[in-house]
Write a protein that binds this ligand. Structure first.
Ligand SMILES: NC(=O)c1ccc[n+]([C@@H]2O[C@H](COP(=O)([O-])OP(=O)(O)OC[C@H]3O[C@@H](n4cnc5c(N)ncnc54)[C@H](O)[C@@H]3O)[C@@H](O)[C@H]2O)c1
Length: 356
């Protein structure tokens, strides 16, 4: 567990659902303190600030002067990330955490990266913490135990429900997800959500050379894609396929074919017992499988927690804005490829996407 001699002070930009969740997480962390909340929706800002005994103010610079934060944590809607990053850096905050996606446009992302790097600001992206099953798969791939990776797939099913079925879903939420309803604000499902899978896959196999995307919806009037499928060609020769579907139940499936072994991993979210995550490996030439049941430890895999740890230990960030920008470039290519039905080649990336 992280510790720091003086409490690290955090100002939160964005008091919606993700902001509330992060505020709760901050409360659990030793020596990290939420000191300020900023949101143009003053009611939301004051409500969250009151719960956590923090300050709020309609003017961000005034809030920063009053609270002197070490970290800006940006949990605003996707379209607000560029302005929030700029105002945080211009206010002199040295560590900036931004929820995914970094931006909706590459031009904005490039400006954010340049500004952070020129000002030597430590940055981190808020992709969902690496799922414990994916973390194990990443370790096995990088250990070389599976040999050279020829092919792999990652599928995620989110269980919100398709556009066609407007209803309260099993989780008590309206199935028409706001990211699908308002693509101008979210970037659409390929940018807003498939970015998580792209992040996981680049951690598994590194940089991507070309993509072929396919987009699906349940209804012609749906404003965004709801199923994102893509074939990703990696610079190391591996081929990965991904599917991210908003509909039906929640679950994860992943498979890896390596020259020395084949791996299958699944997480049945519908099961609530301890053995819901199963990892099965059969090494070439063996007739028995190695089977592991993994338990889900949410606290241990939080991305913000990793960022605080990096600040305290003056260590590299878990995932920088430059990596966030590359992730956006890949997601945009998948979306464009799906719309145009053509393979898109990417120029070589300026950052190693497999590096943590
Ligand atoms: N990492 C994850 O797993 C994960 C999960 C959910 C959401 N998110 C991300 O978190 C962010 C917020 O999502 P949410 O579900 O909380 O959305 P939300 O709509 O519940 O909240 C967004 C909040 O941002 C505020 N906002 C808008 N413009 C702003 C600005 N200029 N400055 C400050 N605040 C502003 C809105 O008033 C609103 O209160 C998004 O970027 C989303 O992609 C990440």
């Amino acid at each position: 567990m992280i510790t720091s001699p003086n409490p690290l002070k955090v100002v939160l930009l964005g008091a919606g659902m993700a902001g509330e969740n992060l505020a709760k997480e901050i409360r659990q962390l030793p020596n990290v303190q939420l000191v300020g909340v900023y949101d143009p929706n003053l009611k939301a800002a004051s409500h969250l600030a009151d719960i956590h005994s923090a300050k709020f103010h309609a003017d961000f610079d005034t809030l920063v002067k009053q609270t002197r934060p070490d970290i800006a944590a940006i949990t605003s809607s996707n379209d607000a990330h560029p302005v929030n990053v700029r105002q945080s850096i211009e206010a002199g905050i040295e560590n900036v955490f931004c929820e995914k996606p970094l931006a909706l446009q590459m031009q904005d992302a490039q400006q954010m990266v340049d500004l952070a790097e020129q000002n030597q600001v430590r940055t981190s992206m808020g992709f969902a913490g690496i799922h414990v099953g994916y973390a194990k798969v990443i370790d096995l791939i990088h250990s070389g135990e599976l040999g050279r990776i020829i092919n792999f797939y990652v599928h995620t099913y989110r269980g919100y429900g398709f556009w066609e079925q407007e209803r309260i879903n099993a989780r008590g939420m309206i199935s028409r997800h706001s990211a699908v309803k308002f693509p101008a604000q979210s970037g659409g499902w390929a940018i807003h959500h498939a970015c998580h899978l792209v992040y996981v896959m680049t951690r598994m196999a590194g940089n991507i050379q070309s993509v072929l995307g396919h987009l699906g919806t349940s209804h012609p009037n749906c404003p965004s894609e709801e199923v994102v499928h893509a074939t990703l060609n990696f610079a190391n020769g591996a081929v990965g396929t991904m599917t991210d579907s908003i509909g039906s139940f929640r679950g994860i499936r992943c498979g890896v074919i390596g020259t020395r072994g084949t791996l299958l991993m699944s997480d049945d979210y519908t099961k609530h017992d301890d053995d819901r995550i199963e990892l099965r490996v059969r090494y070439e030439g063996e007739s028995n499988d190695l089977v592991k049941q993994l338990s889900y430890d949410k606290q241990a895999i939080s991305r913000f927690c990793e960022f605080v740890d990096a600040i305290v230990h003056n260590a590299p960030s878990p995932i920088t804005f430059r990596q966030g920008m590359e992730n956006l470039r890949i997601c945009q290519a998948i979306q464009q490829s799906g719309m145009r039905n053509e393979l898109i080649h990417l120029d070589p990336a300026t950052v190693d996407m497999a590096r943590v």
